[in-house]
Write a protein that binds this ligand. Structure first.
Ligand SMILES: Nc1ncnc2c1ncn2[C@@H]1O[C@H](COP(=O)(O)OP(=O)(O)O)[C@@H](O)[C@H]1O
Ligand SMILES: [Mg+2]
Length: 220
Protein backbone atom coordinates (compact mmCIF):
# COMPACT_ATOMS: atom_id res chain seq x y z
CA UNK A 1 0.00 0.00 0.00
CA UNK A 2 1.52 3.31 -0.91
CA UNK A 3 2.12 5.84 1.79
CA UNK A 4 1.03 9.39 1.32
CA UNK A 5 2.61 10.60 4.53
CA UNK A 6 5.14 8.87 6.71
CA UNK A 7 6.60 10.30 9.88
CA UNK A 8 9.74 9.05 11.60
CA UNK A 9 11.12 10.20 14.96
CA UNK A 10 9.18 13.44 14.86
CA UNK A 11 9.68 16.02 17.57
CA UNK A 12 8.22 19.48 17.69
CA UNK A 13 9.62 21.75 20.40
CA UNK A 14 8.17 25.23 20.83
CA UNK A 15 9.26 27.69 23.47
CA UNK A 16 11.33 24.96 25.15
CA UNK A 17 8.31 22.64 25.46
CA UNK A 18 7.95 19.35 23.61
CA UNK A 19 4.67 19.70 21.75
CA UNK A 20 4.88 16.53 19.65
CA UNK A 21 6.81 13.29 20.11
CA UNK A 22 5.86 10.73 17.46
CA UNK A 23 8.29 7.89 16.72
CA UNK A 24 6.34 6.54 13.75
CA UNK A 25 3.09 7.39 12.00
CA UNK A 26 1.78 7.03 8.49
CA UNK A 27 -1.23 7.64 6.31
CA UNK A 28 -1.82 5.37 3.32
CA UNK A 29 -3.30 6.31 -0.02
CA UNK A 30 -7.11 6.49 0.07
CA UNK A 31 -7.10 6.07 3.83
CA UNK A 32 -9.28 8.41 5.91
CA UNK A 33 -8.26 9.06 9.48
CA UNK A 34 -9.35 11.24 12.37
CA UNK A 35 -7.11 12.71 15.03
CA UNK A 36 -8.90 13.24 18.33
CA UNK A 37 -7.69 14.39 21.73
CA UNK A 38 -7.91 17.14 24.34
CA UNK A 39 -7.30 20.83 23.64
CA UNK A 40 -3.60 21.59 23.45
CA UNK A 41 -2.66 17.97 22.71
CA UNK A 42 -0.87 19.01 19.51
CA UNK A 43 -3.51 18.00 16.92
CA UNK A 44 -3.32 21.19 14.84
CA UNK A 45 0.48 21.21 15.01
CA UNK A 46 0.59 17.64 13.70
CA UNK A 47 -1.84 18.53 10.91
CA UNK A 48 0.24 21.56 9.87
CA UNK A 49 3.40 19.46 9.76
CA UNK A 50 1.69 16.78 7.66
CA UNK A 51 0.40 19.49 5.30
CA UNK A 52 3.97 20.78 4.86
CA UNK A 53 2.97 24.10 6.42
CA UNK A 54 5.18 23.77 9.49
CA UNK A 55 8.63 22.27 9.95
CA UNK A 56 9.28 19.84 12.78
CA UNK A 57 12.19 20.43 15.16
CA UNK A 58 13.50 16.92 14.60
CA UNK A 59 12.68 13.90 12.49
CA UNK A 60 11.66 13.22 8.94
CA UNK A 61 8.38 13.51 7.11
CA UNK A 62 8.07 11.67 3.81
CA UNK A 63 5.46 13.04 1.43
CA UNK A 64 4.37 10.66 -1.32
CA UNK A 65 7.32 8.42 -0.47
CA UNK A 66 10.02 11.06 -0.64
CA UNK A 67 11.66 13.49 1.74
CA UNK A 68 10.89 17.15 1.27
CA UNK A 69 14.49 17.88 0.38
CA UNK A 70 14.13 15.62 -2.68
CA UNK A 71 11.12 17.54 -4.03
CA UNK A 72 9.97 21.11 -3.88
CA UNK A 73 7.63 22.10 -1.09
CA UNK A 74 5.46 23.84 -3.69
CA UNK A 75 5.00 20.56 -5.59
CA UNK A 76 4.06 18.79 -2.35
CA UNK A 77 1.54 21.47 -1.37
CA UNK A 78 -0.03 21.36 -4.84
CA UNK A 79 -1.14 17.83 -4.14
CA UNK A 80 -2.75 18.78 -0.81
CA UNK A 81 -5.51 21.05 0.43
CA UNK A 82 -6.29 22.31 3.92
CA UNK A 83 -9.59 23.47 5.41
CA UNK A 84 -9.55 25.16 8.80
CA UNK A 85 -12.24 25.65 11.43
CA UNK A 86 -12.71 29.26 10.42
CA UNK A 87 -12.92 29.77 6.66
CA UNK A 88 -10.48 32.36 5.36
CA UNK A 89 -12.30 33.95 2.46
CA UNK A 90 -11.23 36.82 0.22
CA UNK A 91 -13.30 39.95 -0.34
CA UNK A 92 -14.65 38.95 -3.79
CA UNK A 93 -17.57 36.77 -4.84
CA UNK A 94 -18.04 33.10 -4.08
CA UNK A 95 -16.96 32.24 -7.65
CA UNK A 96 -13.81 34.37 -7.32
CA UNK A 97 -12.95 32.71 -4.02
CA UNK A 98 -13.40 29.18 -5.29
CA UNK A 99 -11.36 29.80 -8.45
CA UNK A 100 -8.44 31.49 -6.65
CA UNK A 101 -6.23 28.40 -6.56
CA UNK A 102 -6.90 27.71 -10.24
CA UNK A 103 -5.61 31.16 -11.23
CA UNK A 104 -2.15 30.06 -10.18
CA UNK A 105 -2.46 27.21 -12.67
CA UNK A 106 -2.81 29.64 -15.59
CA UNK A 107 -6.24 28.44 -16.64
CA UNK A 108 -8.49 30.72 -18.69
CA UNK A 109 -11.62 32.19 -17.11
CA UNK A 110 -13.79 29.77 -19.14
CA UNK A 111 -11.80 26.77 -17.99
CA UNK A 112 -11.88 27.96 -14.40
CA UNK A 113 -15.67 28.33 -14.48
CA UNK A 114 -16.02 24.90 -16.06
CA UNK A 115 -14.07 23.35 -13.18
CA UNK A 116 -15.66 25.44 -10.43
CA UNK A 117 -19.34 25.03 -11.43
CA UNK A 118 -19.72 21.31 -10.60
CA UNK A 119 -18.23 21.92 -7.14
CA UNK A 120 -20.59 24.79 -6.44
CA UNK A 121 -23.43 22.44 -7.39
CA UNK A 122 -22.13 19.51 -5.32
CA UNK A 123 -21.82 21.76 -2.28
CA UNK A 124 -25.20 23.43 -2.96
CA UNK A 125 -23.81 26.93 -3.25
CA UNK A 126 -24.28 27.46 -7.00
CA UNK A 127 -27.07 30.00 -6.31
CA UNK A 128 -24.52 32.04 -4.30
CA UNK A 129 -21.86 32.20 -7.04
CA UNK A 130 -22.14 35.98 -7.59
CA UNK A 131 -22.66 36.87 -3.94
CA UNK A 132 -19.89 38.43 -1.83
CA UNK A 133 -18.18 35.62 0.06
CA UNK A 134 -17.89 37.67 3.23
CA UNK A 135 -21.65 38.19 3.40
CA UNK A 136 -22.34 34.47 3.82
CA UNK A 137 -23.53 32.57 6.88
CA UNK A 138 -21.02 30.34 8.70
CA UNK A 139 -22.31 27.19 7.05
CA UNK A 140 -22.29 28.71 3.57
CA UNK A 141 -18.78 30.10 4.11
CA UNK A 142 -17.50 26.68 5.15
CA UNK A 143 -19.06 25.20 2.00
CA UNK A 144 -17.12 27.79 -0.03
CA UNK A 145 -13.87 26.85 1.77
CA UNK A 146 -14.52 23.17 1.02
CA UNK A 147 -15.26 23.92 -2.66
CA UNK A 148 -12.05 25.98 -2.82
CA UNK A 149 -10.10 22.97 -1.56
CA UNK A 150 -11.86 20.30 -3.63
CA UNK A 151 -11.70 22.13 -6.96
CA UNK A 152 -7.92 21.69 -6.80
CA UNK A 153 -8.45 17.92 -6.92
CA UNK A 154 -6.06 17.27 -4.04
CA UNK A 155 -4.74 13.78 -3.39
CA UNK A 156 -4.90 14.54 0.32
CA UNK A 157 -7.22 16.85 2.22
CA UNK A 158 -6.56 18.07 5.76
CA UNK A 159 -9.55 19.22 7.78
CA UNK A 160 -8.96 20.92 11.15
CA UNK A 161 -12.25 20.88 13.07
CA UNK A 162 -14.12 21.97 9.94
CA UNK A 163 -17.60 21.71 11.46
CA UNK A 164 -16.85 23.04 14.94
CA UNK A 165 -18.17 26.54 14.25
CA UNK A 166 -21.45 25.46 12.68
CA UNK A 167 -24.94 25.29 14.17
CA UNK A 168 -26.11 21.82 15.01
CA UNK A 169 -28.96 22.03 12.52
CA UNK A 170 -26.79 22.53 9.44
CA UNK A 171 -23.83 20.60 10.73
CA UNK A 172 -25.09 17.05 10.24
CA UNK A 173 -26.18 17.76 6.68
CA UNK A 174 -22.73 19.06 5.73
CA UNK A 175 -20.96 16.19 7.50
CA UNK A 176 -22.98 13.62 5.56
CA UNK A 177 -22.40 15.43 2.27
CA UNK A 178 -18.65 15.80 2.79
CA UNK A 179 -18.35 12.17 3.86
CA UNK A 180 -20.07 11.11 0.64
CA UNK A 181 -17.93 13.37 -1.55
CA UNK A 182 -14.59 12.36 0.01
CA UNK A 183 -15.40 8.66 -0.23
CA UNK A 184 -16.60 8.97 -3.84
CA UNK A 185 -13.48 10.89 -4.89
CA UNK A 186 -11.22 8.53 -2.89
CA UNK A 187 -9.36 11.49 -1.41
CA UNK A 188 -6.95 10.61 1.39
CA UNK A 189 -8.35 12.45 4.41
CA UNK A 190 -6.81 13.60 7.68
CA UNK A 191 -9.35 15.26 9.97
CA UNK A 192 -8.98 16.75 13.42
CA UNK A 193 -12.24 16.56 15.33
CA UNK A 194 -13.73 16.51 18.81
CA UNK A 195 -16.72 14.53 17.67
CA UNK A 196 -16.87 10.74 17.40
CA UNK A 197 -19.91 10.93 15.15
CA UNK A 198 -18.00 13.19 12.72
CA UNK A 199 -15.08 10.79 12.81
CA UNK A 200 -17.38 7.87 12.06
CA UNK A 201 -19.27 9.65 9.27
CA UNK A 202 -16.14 10.71 7.41
CA UNK A 203 -13.19 8.52 8.35
CA UNK A 204 -12.28 4.86 8.97
CA UNK A 205 -9.86 5.17 11.85
CA UNK A 206 -9.30 7.28 14.96
CA UNK A 207 -5.92 8.14 16.43
CA UNK A 208 -5.97 9.52 19.93
CA UNK A 209 -3.34 12.21 20.54
CA UNK A 210 -2.60 13.07 24.16
CA UNK A 211 0.10 15.43 25.29
CA UNK A 212 1.88 15.19 21.93
CA UNK A 213 1.88 11.40 21.74
CA UNK A 214 -0.34 8.94 19.91
CA UNK A 215 -1.75 6.81 22.68
CA UNK A 216 -4.51 4.82 20.99
CA UNK A 217 -5.68 3.68 17.58
CA UNK A 218 -9.17 2.51 16.77
CA UNK A 219 -10.61 1.17 13.53
CA UNK A 220 -14.16 2.31 12.92
N1 LIG B 1 4.16 29.04 18.39
C1 LIG B 1 3.99 28.40 19.54
N2 LIG B 1 4.83 28.63 20.59
C2 LIG B 1 4.70 27.95 21.76
N3 LIG B 1 3.73 27.06 21.97
C3 LIG B 1 2.85 26.80 20.98
C4 LIG B 1 2.93 27.46 19.72
N4 LIG B 1 1.92 26.98 18.93
C5 LIG B 1 1.24 26.08 19.67
N5 LIG B 1 1.80 25.98 20.91
C6 LIG B 1 1.36 25.08 22.00
O1 LIG B 1 1.39 23.76 21.52
C7 LIG B 1 0.38 22.98 22.11
C8 LIG B 1 -0.39 22.25 21.03
O2 LIG B 1 -1.13 23.18 20.27
P1 LIG B 1 -2.10 22.71 19.12
O3 LIG B 1 -1.33 21.90 18.14
O4 LIG B 1 -2.80 23.92 18.60
O5 LIG B 1 -3.11 21.77 19.93
P2 LIG B 1 -4.60 21.28 19.59
O6 LIG B 1 -4.88 21.54 18.15
O7 LIG B 1 -4.59 19.82 19.93
O8 LIG B 1 -5.52 22.01 20.51
C9 LIG B 1 -0.47 23.94 22.94
O9 LIG B 1 -0.10 23.80 24.28
C10 LIG B 1 -0.08 25.29 22.41
O10 LIG B 1 -0.18 26.25 23.41
MG1 LIG C 1 -6.33 22.65 17.18
Amino acid sequence: MSRVIEIKDLKLVLGGRTILNIPAFSVNREESISIMGPNGAGKSSLLLIMAALQEPTRGTVYYFGREIKDQSVIDVRRRMAVVFQKPMLLSGTVMENVETGLKFRNLSRKERERLVSPWLEKLHIDHLARQRARSLSGGEAQRVALAQALVLEPEVIFLDEPFANLDKAIRQELIDEIGTILRAQKITTVMVTHSRSEATAITDKIYLLEDGEITETQDL
